[in-house]
Design a binder for this molecule. Sequence first.
Ligand SMILES: Nc1nc2c(c(=O)[nH]1)N[C@H]1C(S)=C(S)[C@@H](COP(=O)(O)O)O[C@H]1N2
Ligand SMILES: [Mo]
Length: 566
Amino acid sequence: MKLLSRGVRLPLAALSGLLAGFAALAVAELLSAAVRPESGPVIAVGGAAIDRTPPAVKDWAIRHFGSDDKLVLQLGIVAVLALLALVLGVLALRFRRAGAAGVLLFGFVGAVAATSRPDSTSAADALPSLLGAFAGAGVLYLLVGRLTTGPATANGTARQRPDSGGPQDGVGGPQDREAGAPNREEGPPDREAEAPARQGGAQDWDRRGFVVAATAAAAASAGTGLLGRALTGTQGRGAVASRKAVTLPRVTSAARPLAPGAVLHTPGISPFTTPNNDFYRVDTALVVPKVNATTWRLKIHGKGVSRPVTLTFDDLLQRQLVERDITLTCVSNEVGGPYVGNARWTGVRLADLLREAGVRPPSRGGPADQLVARSVDGMTIGSPVEDLMDGRDALLALGMNGEPLPFAHGFPVRMVVPGLYGYVSACKWIRDIELTTFDAYDAYWVKRSWAQRAPIKTQSRIDTPKPFARPKAGTVMVAGVAWAQHRGVDRVEVRVDEGPWMTADLAAEDTADTWRQWSLPWKATSGGHTLTVRATDRTGQVQTDRRTPTIPDGASGWHSVVIDVD
Ligand SMILES: Nc1nc2c(c(=O)[nH]1)N[C@H]1C(S)=C(S)[C@@H](COP(=O)(O)O)O[C@H]1N2
Ligand SMILES: [Mo]
């Protein structure tokens, strides 16, 4: 009888733990909708985990999960929480109070994570985790209480048990819980009387009470969670409306019209302009920040800023806007990888703004050599002031391919700087610009052992044929893209196996800041072949074959594709 009882109780206790976890997350979801979407425990702990992930692991995650890395992380956190909830449920069977306290402990961890996020500005960020945990602890305590006491009903009428909160329900009563039925026999007479009414006395738990409480907890949690979801959905409404209201004004300096021949249409090649929906996304934000453009402000201040300013979105719209084609690249892009894209950006020239604020580059005696951009989500990105003011089109961008920046790409305003990897230049959701020195401050990725300065390395990629493709013998178009932003691509060469380098046909150059498509018709012969590409930039530097990892300042090496010609 004891074994049977235990066999039923353990899974039910585990279920109680799950329901408690569900209740905790549901209440947290609802409250985080009221406080801030980023204050929820899963998001906060996930963000903290991202910040503490060793660069090699982060790189591995990006490589294996790509832009789904964040989804995988969140699913992972939920899976771990579910496991912990199961364990706490079983623990609560023996130590009811300890189980409930365990739930509170995890709430505390979530609260600490939420309030210590860089974008946390208020202690209210602790509320979702804390109150969620209280709800969860309550549910666990209540449910396990039904499992560890005799039935509350002998004949179908509910009766309040005197058990809840009794001292023997806590840490003091493990034997009591485990021993089950025998203990009941020593219990008050009314319990004894009830026991035989339930399946021959085999179960000493309040089955009906449990089922009712569990169902109620599940339903209430589902309702609360859905309400929270719905509220979160309405949260960004102001921001969405503010984005809809933006009409990009006429630019005073249009992008150079694409030269004839700047765009190739070889099947399988990356399009010259990457559509916004296909543009790679790399950032640490588990929730895409929804910033309202009407209340957005950008502060420019710091070392050597004689005229600090605070700008509104309208201030920017009223300035001279330029439009520039700039190819953005992520330092985490492996050789041959997908984290590179080319867009037509609309924005304000950052150098003009800096000059108006009194900033001089170091070469003109300015005291600040680093510009640190801060985003609304607490990211910090440091760029060399010298590069930003050397005449290149460093932009505060507010448009991407003819529309306001998509939220995922930094609405309302981000930086885009030709020639620098994104992590040292392309701050999305920017809210603050501080002039400082590289000696005085390490930005987010620099603290995580990436290089302080990181110009984009000359690279080329074969887009077609794809690895392990099986084209027919005969003419096969080999094609792809090459980039060496702000230096310009001068030549692309392709080699078959260990054969001689063959010069590819280059699309006409748009600007030195954009990638160039290339193609090469190749007379393919049957059998396995390795195609390799390399680019030469306008400084005469040939892309090195020396393989380096992405850490600390970008991957180098040649891209090769192995195919099998039929
Ligand atoms: N606020 C914020 N800005 C950010 C990042 C980030 O994590 N947070 N990532 C940077 C990196 S590493 C890159 S490569 C570019 C990518 O920009 P995209 O997502 O628009 O392609 O954004 C940069 N700006
Ligand atoms: Mo990046």
